[in-house]
Design a protein around this ligand. Structure first.
Ligand SMILES: [Zn+2]
Length: 676
């Protein structure tokens, strides 16, 4: 029986219709969820990044380069600190290369013989000797969680004879490396070579798989072959590697390369692109690649990527980041590098989630279209006239931006107006303030967030609109260090209002967040910062009343009766009430209309006044169970009885007497805590 792996790998799921795998790699410095991207910390530092920025961006394992660390600071220094983890202040996983790649990168400065290789430093001229044994010893001194065997890497353009000789040498060195590792707890990966010759690749994989390695790397790619060749060999090699060991594609690559390789069954990646591109002002965003050196960004105020949660996107404008890059300021490298790392790591997180949820192929085909359009290997070249990019359109579909003076001396408001009805979303006060008062503070959302051992709080957001209410809940929950999970379910027929607001993110700062973008793209989003699942139900809200997750809180915020009458009528509320059954739920709405309150009462809800907003003295709250606040009492009923418009529009005259009888018999009028 082969020995147990020193860095055990659990295969959790394989994507239907793809070779993509979800796994977990256990190291002495934490568990690595795979597929995973490892930022490259060449010389004990990820270029221009502070070590403490890496974990928050999602990094769980770094790659360090053995040969560079041997040069500087030298193994004696690292040994004196007990390893690189302590030296650089990193407590996550660490994978080291063997130094073998340098024979390729140093070119004429390197010579290889059967025992090992001589590498001459191009600047200092000092030559150092690397053998399979000395490389493993150096990686043990560094304190690597996973080491790589020394391999003989050749360009993918060499002849088959040269490729075979290098591969066979790599195999002999692999056996020597395993012996040299001995009892060390360090995991060790074999490296499959064979350049672009399929028979050699197959032979190399078969030879190495018979040895007790903890994982396998696919080496010798990204060294001169075409993208198609790389994908072909990646897929072919991954297909013959054992399923219970992790697979690592060395030195690859762009976001699209990663997506393609995951699809072919690869688990681990490293690449210097995120930080090296950053130094040149090149970034990837969820809306395409952005070359910040271009003049079009000189005056752009918005964030680099509104969908990104990194420090660069949260705090700075494109114009400022562009300025830093043009001025050669190291802060520019830091911020853009951090953003790119976040992009690469977020992509891996999205990939993992999609495999877990059985929809990797869907994500693969969606992402590859735009990652491809903007890929490094095939840049989109669109000649542009030299002028500022025109601002996004002010209207989309039936929606248009609405700018108005604020209510009672408040600052000017930007909101979304329905061009057909003329109605404005959140017309009376700053939209997010109204949302906060009505739908966050009033239901005591933060108290719910602090509840422990309760099932997820299910909140219905009926009428997503421009996302104002939902984002107020997301911001509140993310800021509350919640112990309870929230499942936010948004109902919307027409997503153009949200799209329009996102295109004008300067005017809707509360939307500068990854959530709404992901929701539009995939219909679902999970917060990386708090237990929040946000899902979207498209179409008429009434079609989902019987099937959506049973709600605890309902934010009833569609357009008014005039625009969206069915959502305010008795039969809709009656269906909702039947769905709730014995489940206690509270419904909050901005409406203060008597007709709406009557509809709720006759549907069987307890109804009372909600908080004031703008010029409205009260709004409306309804409960399916025991009222959580004051309800309307006898005084309200008498006022209703004297009112001239007291009958629901859809009630025939013959039904009035019965309606009044039923209303007066409603349990809330036969006791409780009346208010007028
Ligand atoms: Zn960012």
């Amino acid at each position: 029986m082969p020995p147990a792996p020193r860095t055990p790998f659990e295969l959790l799921a394989t994507a239907p219709g793809s070779a993509a795998r979800l796994g977990r790699l256990h190291t002495a410095h934490g568990t690595i969820d795979t597929p995973q991207f490892m930022p490259v910390g060449t010389a004990g530092t990820v270029r221009a990044q502070r070590t403490e920025s890496l974990s928050p961006a999602g990094a769980t394992m770094l790659l360090a380069n053995t040969w560079h660390l041997v040069q500087k600071p030298g193994l004696d220094v690292i040994a004196a600190f007990g390893g690189l983890h302590r030296f650089m202040g990193w407590s996550g996983g660490l994978l080291t290369d063997s130094g073998g790649f340098q024979v390729f990168s140093l070119g004429e400065h390197a010579t290889v013989d059967e025992d090992g290789m001589d590498l001459r430093h191009p600047v200092s001229g000092r030559t150092s000797r690397l053998t399979p044994e000395s490389s493993v010893a150096a990686q043990r001194t560094i304190g690597s969680d996973i080491g790589m065997v020394l391999d003989h890497c050749v360009a993918s353009t060499v002849s088959e004879a040269v490729a075979r000789a290098a591969m066979e040498r790599t195999h002999r060195w692999a056996e020597r490396s395993l012996l040299a590792r001995g009892d060390a707890p360090m995991g060790l990966f074999g490296i499959v070579q064979g350049a672009v010759f399929p028979e050699l690749r197959a032979e190399s994989a078969a030879f190495l798989c018979a040895l007790p390695f903890d994982g396998f790397a696919i080496g010798g790619l990204a060294v001169g072959e075409t993208k198609a060749e790389r994908e072909l060999h990646t897929g072919a090699v991954a297909a013959v590697l054992p399923t219970d060991r992790p697979r690592y594609l060395m030195g690859v690559g762009t976001p699209l390369d990663l997506l393609e390789a995951v699809h072919r069954g690869v688990d681990l990646f490293d690449c210097i692109l995120p930080t090296s591109l950053a130094q040149r002002g090149r970034t990837y965003t969820r809306t395409g690649r952005v070359e910040l050196r271009r003049g079009v960004y000189r005056l752009q105020e918005g964030p680099l990527d509104p969908a990104c949660i990194c420090e660069a996107c949260r705090r700075y404008s494109r114009a400022y980041l562009r300025h830093l890059i043009l001025a050669g300021e190291p802060l520019g490298w830091t911020l853009l590098g951090l953003h790119n790392l976040q992009f690469w790591l977020d992509l891996m997180a999205r990939i993992r989630l999609s495999i877990r949820e059985g929809r990797f192929l869907e994500l693969y085909s969606a992402e590859r279209q735009w990652l491809d359009r903007t890929d490094e290997d095939a840049p989109v070249v669109v000649p542009r006239p030299k002028r500022r990019r025109s601002p996004p359109p002010e209207s989309l579909g039936r929606w248009t931006l609405h700018r108005s003076a604020g209510f009672a001396g408040a600052p000017p408001l930007v909101s979304i107006r329905d061009r057909e009805s003329g109605e404005v979303m959140h017309s009376v006060t700053a939209p997010h303030e109204e949302a906060r008062a009505l739908y966050v503070d009033q239901p005591g959302l933060l108290a719910h967030a602090a509840e422990a051992e309760a099932p997820p709080l299910v909140v219905w957001d009926v009428g997503l609109g421009a996302g104002t209410n939902a984002m107020e809940l997301v911001h509140a929950w993310e800021g509350a260090a919640p112990t309870r999970a929230m499942h936010l379910v948004s109902f919307e027929r027409d997503l153009d209002a949200l799209r329009l607001a996102l295109a004008h993110h300067h005017d809707f700062p509360r939307l500068r967040h990854a959530g709404p973008h992901a929701l539009l793209e995939t219909g679902e989003w999970r917060s990386p910062r708090a237990p929040i699942l946000w899902s979207l139900l498209q179409g008429d809200a009434r079609d989902h009343l019987d099937t959506a997750a049973l709600p605890d809180l309902i934010l009833w915020d569609p357009f008014s009766f005039r625009v969206d009458a069915p959502l305010w009528q008795r039969d809709t509320f009656a269906r909702l009430r039947r769905r709730l059954g014995a489940h206690p739920a509270a419904l909050y709405t901005y409406s203060n209309s008597t007709a709406v309150r009557l509809a709720l009462l006759s549907a069987g809800f307890f109804v009372g006044p909600g908080v004031a907003t703008g010029p409205k003295e009260a709004t409306t709250v309804a409960w399916s169970g025991r009222p959580g606040g004051p309800t309307f009492g006898a005084a309200w009923l008498e006022k209703w009885a004297r009112s001239s418009q007291r009958w629901p529009a859809d009630l025939p005259e013959s039904g009035r007497a019965a309606f009044e009888r039923e209303l007066r018999a409603h349990p809330q009028f036969s006791g409780g805590d009346p208010v007028s």
